[in-house]
Design a binder for this molecule. Structure first.
Ligand code: BGC
Length: 911
């Protein structure tokens, strides 16, 4: 039977405050038949009982990203949407959704911006208050925004569970407002209280404070519709007052102080925020999912530092706060200090927080208290506790995990527990750093929307969660922050001011992110919105190009944090920064031409296609010799050239060979940074060397993804050597344990290892192409695409390959079965295949090239080695031997070849 399983309006189910007057619509179909596709649909929208728009029966298979084609929706209305769908089997079905619209531009709000009279440069949290009487109401809506961040209570009840409202946008231009339905909270006598904190607006940010303004301010309007339908408004004006309550101080970096003994200060009159009233930023409805508590976690153990200070271990690095439920003595002061790691002696490792104090302080009332900081967050796994004695009870503490509340759209698992942990670390990296904007890290004094980090992680992020609206909001701010010459800020919202644009990859986010969103979500809307910004950035580069169409100027981050950096070259890696910039100039120009094609701009397609060709030829002249050798053959340079098709056809094999040789020189290890890492595996897959990609992925020794996992990482590290093989920490001052850039390998796991990728934008057509790699015997992923659920599970065990696939209605897939010729075209439905193979993928954890150090890290392997090489592994040559592999050692002793081959088999049997 055909069924509508989901209806999405601007990608939301039954939205309560739709911010788009002409939204994109989408629906997902389910059927127990195979090969189901839609032949026609009809959409009817009603405003209450009145028909508002009827699309009529429309022949066609479009079911995702369908532009609403009726008259613009009215503001503040409640609509019903009825959908009818017909399929190719002669079935039809109906689905229904409801939605309400926001105020698209809150023109008729009469509120005024008000502020308090605290001295400047404080971190206090003023509470704005208004008492009012009300007659019974049919409806009560509260419109609210603030400079700073706010929480709101009506008659003592929290109105919303969203955090850090109104969110972070390019504040000088636009500020979000929220709308809350508070009908149920209205009483005859009411108290409306709005607490503010500096937040991003006036707080410490990026080495300074008060980036946007000096004081917090609010703008609120409560609209009461009485029983007889007349409207009464309670809006911010000089009748409001302010006082200081119990949230005494709060800053994102430094933490919060809540004092339950504090007597609220006497209410004082507010003042009008004249500047804001004269030049207020545009108020826009909330653009994406808010930050919320995503999960609650209990501590897993209590530890103690050498001096006996108790430390809670939550077992997982995360972004959030800790709630304390506790009855202390009156005035008892409890301090929580947050950190991501412990030093080798078991103390809190805080060096990587830089100036962030990351400390919350709670003062007890004497009764039962609950402390929940609402105006700060920390990046942490460990929390040291002062003021509760040596053994505070674990059940008094709960970690509240905070992050943007976007829907999860991917599940992944495979036969390797280490790779599964890597996947979890990637997901945690995203949860911890998508905090209203895509941030670099949640712990130190930064937490900024670095464009490069977002650019390289976007493809993984967009498969993992539905981040379309999250990025749409952020890209709008990127475009606002773009300079008149098209230069793109390196941080969005732009806290660096003008003139900060120019670096490759970071600025290229203006082009690469909209294109990635289009590919994965299929909504051309994002290209329509961003095209002017995309084009402005390409034109910026074009104005600066050399006569050979290369990008060879301006500040560059280079292959940020690559391991192949030369002494004294800081963080940039040794790949020529202008090679990277020119490669990305070509890449972005090609993407712009593709975007122009989607938008039907034929002349610009021709123009940018020609420019792309010219850049490629300039690139070949500058960076590739006549025989196909790359100048400055780093892994990153080679991967860029291969993945972006920058070389002439006759040179590609040679360049592919150079990449293989380079990896070989590094014993199958990567040397790449932010630029090379996200593409290295893809480049290897592209040249047909999934075997090498597999080896690279599964390396357990330094450097590599699983090295971190074996060191106990629960999120992605900023650097490969955040913890060095000798256990010491990197000391550069940039050592975050929660940075997602290297987690960009996540899309390889889904798109190559499991093998689910879009063949057409939005997964209208799907490629299913699993890759068998040695060391992994099975892998499975579930992806929620705009058409519904795609599942692929493969297994290669006991000489039998099994592949199961599930394809959503209204799509088709091309399935490439491992070790089989050609491909199979499939319509929707579930399918299973199994066939015999000679292949054995059983993990070979160690090879003849594995350094002994890696083997010795495993207790069982150490026992086998110690028995086979008595006395040698703890004798004077121990350090020398630890760095050698069986291949290095086999020639050094008689019978070595046979001895080490036998030993290797024995060691691998242990796994
Ligand atoms: C951030 C990075 C960022 C970089 C660029 C760092 O401090 O944490 O992730 O992209 O600066 O310079």
């Amino acid at each position: 039977m055909l069924k509508v399983s989901k209806i999405l309006i601007d990608r939301q189910e039954n939205p309560a405050a739709l911010s788009e007057p002409t939204p994109y619509l989408g629906w997902q179909l389910e059927s127990d038949r195979q090969n189901v596709h839609q032949t026609a649909y009809r959409i009817c929208i009603r405003d209450g009982l009145m028909p508002f728009w009827d699309s009529g029966r429309i022949t066609g298979s479009e079911s995702a990203a369908v532009r609403y084609a009726g008259p613009p929706l009215n503001e503040e209305c409640r609509y019903t949407l009825e959908l009818t769908v017909w399929d190719n089997h002669g079935e039809s079905t109906q689905g229904k959704a409801e939605f309400s619209t926001a105020l698209f531009a809150p023109r008729f709000l009469t509120a005024q911006w008000i502020t308090h009279t605290l001295a400047e440069n404080h971190s206090e949290c003023p509470v704005f208050v208004r008492h009012f009487s009300a007659e019974p109401v049919q409806k009560a809506r509260l419109y609210l925004s603030a400079c700073g961040i706010y929480t709101v209570r009506l008659n003592g009840q929290e109105v919303s569970q969203d955090w850090f409202a109104p969110g972070w946008t390019e504040y000088a231009s636009r500020l979000q407002y929220q709308v809350y339905d508070v009908t149920a909270l209205i009483q005859p006598e009411n108290t409306l209280e709005i607490t503010t904190a500096n937040g991003w607006y006036a707080g410490y940010l990026n080495g300074t404070r008060q980036v946007y303004g000096k004081q917090t301010a609010i703008f609120a309007e409560l609209s009461l519709t009485c029983m007889d339908s007349h409207r009464v408004t309670v809006a911010t004006d000089v009748r409001w007052q302010w006082y200081l309550g119990q949230h005494r101080e709060a800053e994102f970096y430094h933490g919060e102080r809540i004092d339950r003994t504090a007597v609220p200060t006497a209410p004082q009159p507010v003042v009008l925020a004249e500047d804001l009233n004269a030049h207020a930023p545009a108020l826009v409805p909330q653009q994406c999912e808010p930050v919320r508590v995503l999960e609650r976690r209990a501590p897993v153990q209590l530890l103690h530092t050498p001096d006996g200070t108790p430390i809670l271990d939550f077992g997982q690095n995360m972004a959030g706060v800790v709630r304390l439920d506790w009855q202390g003595s009156p005035g008892q002061e409890i301090t929580l200090r947050f950190a991501e790691a412990l030093t080798p002696d078991g103390s809190l490792y805080t060096a990587n927080l830089r100036t962030a104090k990351a400390t919350d302080t709670f003062v007890c009332s004497g009764g039962k208290d609950t402390f929940v900081p609402r105006f700060t967050y920390h990046g942490f796994r460990y929390v040291s506790i002062a003021g509760m004695g040596g053994n505070p009870p674990l059940d008094a503490f709960t970690a509240l995990v905070l992050g943007t509340d976007a829907a999860a759209t991917a599940q992944f698992s495979c036969s390797s527990p280490l790779v599964n942990r890597l996947w979890a670390n990637i997901v945690w990296g995203q949860r911890s750093n998508f905090v209203d904007v895509p941030t670099d890290c949640p712990q130190r004094d930064e937490r900024l929307g670095w464009t490069g980090d977002a650019a390289v992680f976007c493809r993984t992020a967009a498969q993992n969660e539905d981040v379309y609206r999250f990025f749409r909001k952020w890209l709008a701010d990127l475009a606002i922050g773009q300079a008149a010459d098209g230069g793109v800020p390196h941080i969005v919202p732009n806290v660096n001011g003008q003139g900060s644009g120019g670096a490759a990859v970071w600025c290229d986010a203006a082009v690469t992110i909209p294109w990635t969103l289009y590919e994965l979500y299929g909504e051309r809307d994002i290209l329509e919105r961003q095209y002017p910004s995309m084009k402005a950035w390409v034109e910026y580069m074009r104005r600066q190009e050399t006569p050979d169409h290369l990008r060879q100027c301006g500040f560059q981050h280079g292959d940020w944090l690559a391991l192949d950096r030369e002494e004294g070259r800081g963080n940039r890696g040794s790949t020529d920064a202008y090679l990277i910039a020119s490669a990305y100039y070509a890449h972005c120009t090609r993407l712009l031409a593709k975007a122009a094609a989607v938008l039907g701009k034929a002349q610009e397609v021709a123009e940018y296609t020609a420019l792309h060709r010219a850049i490629c030829s300039g690139f070949q002249q500058e960076y590739i010799t006549a025989t196909g050798r790359v100048v400055g053959e780093t892994q990153t340079a080679l991967a860029l050239i291969l993945l972006f098709d920058l070389a002439r056809a006759e040179h590609r094999d040679h360049i592919a060979q150079s990449l293989v040789q380079n990896l070989d020189k590094h014993q199958g290890h990567l040397t790449t940074g932010f630029i090379g890492t996200p593409i290295l595996m893809d480049a290897l897959s592209k040249i047909g060397r999934n075997d090498l990609a597999g080896k690279l992925l599964l390396n357990e020794d330094f450097p590599g993804w699983l090295y971190e996992v074996r060191c106990g990482a629960t999120t992605m590290w900023e650097r490969w050597d955040s913890v060095r093989p000798d256990g010491s920490f990197d000391e550069s001052g940039m050592n975050s344990f929660n940075h997602y850039a290297f987690g960009a390998v996540g899309d390889w796991l889904l798109e190559q290892l499991v093998g689910i990728r879009p063949a057409e934008p939005g997964y209208r057509a799907i490629t299913l192409q699993p890759q068998l790699i040695h060391g992994i015997t099975q892998a499975c992923a579930l992806r929620t695409t705009p058409y519904g659920r795609v599942r692929l599970a493969w297994q290669c065990l006991n000489h039998l390959i099994t592949v199961e696939v599930e394809i959503p209605a209204n799509t088709t897939a091309q399935l490439f079965l491992p070790e089989q010729e050609g491909s199979i075209t499939l319509g929707s439905g579930s399918y299973q295949y199994s066939y015999a193979t000679e292949t054995d993928l059983t993990p070979q954890r160690f090879t003849m090239d594995t350094p002994l150090r890696t083997m010795l890290a495993d207790a069982d392997a150490k026992a086998v080695l110690s028995a086979a090489l008595p006395g040698m592994l703890d004798g004077p040559a121990a350090a020398f031997l630890a760095g050698k592999s069986f291949n290095d050692l086999k020639g050094m002793m008689p019978g070595g070849e046979a001895l080490f081959a036998q030993l290797l088999t024995k060691l691998n049997q242990l796994c």
